[in-house]
Design a protein around this ligand. Structure first.
Ligand code: DQA
Length: 125
């Protein structure tokens, strides 16, 4: 069965109460259970969240070692983290970058991603 590691970065633990006008009212637990339902046993989902950059680096490495695909919402680290970009470069596992909001319709500092070039695809909004 295909393994997919869904990795969520800083402040995404606050979904549901964090700026609901931008991020909606679903909690991270809601998203996790919807994902499991959608996968329907066709993929083994590992779902994690951390506010710490190094922990996300370790989880990308772990996914790489396991040959798992990565779905990554790195939150604000998207726009700052060479370490996460390097981790994605270091593993052969395919990664997809995801953002709940349309980062291109927001502040200019959100328009640049260190991660997009390392990913197979990007989904925003
Ligand atoms: C986000 C967008 C980022 O710019 C922001 O820092 C986040 C959430 C999103 O999912 O829309 O924390 O990644």
């Amino acid at each position: 069965m295909r393994a997919i590691h869904v990795l969520n970065g800083p402040n995404l633990n606050l979904l549901g109460t964090r700026e609901p006008g931008i991020y909606g009212s679903l909690t991270l637990a809601d998203i996790e259970s919807r994902l499991h339902a959608r996968a329907g046993g066709r993929a083994a989902i590992t779902f994690r969240q951390s506010n710490h950059e190094g922990e996300l680096v370790a989880w990308i490495q772990e996914a790489g070692a396991a040959g798992a695909g990565v779905i990554l919402n790195a939150g604000a680290y998207t726009h700052t983290s060479i370490a996460l970009a390097d981790a994605l470069s270091a593993v052969t596992a395919p990664a997809v970058e995801v953002h709940i909001s349309n980062v291109h319709a927001r502040e200019s500092f959100r328009h640049h991603s260190y991660l997009s070039a390392k990913c197979k695809g990007v989904i925003v909004g």
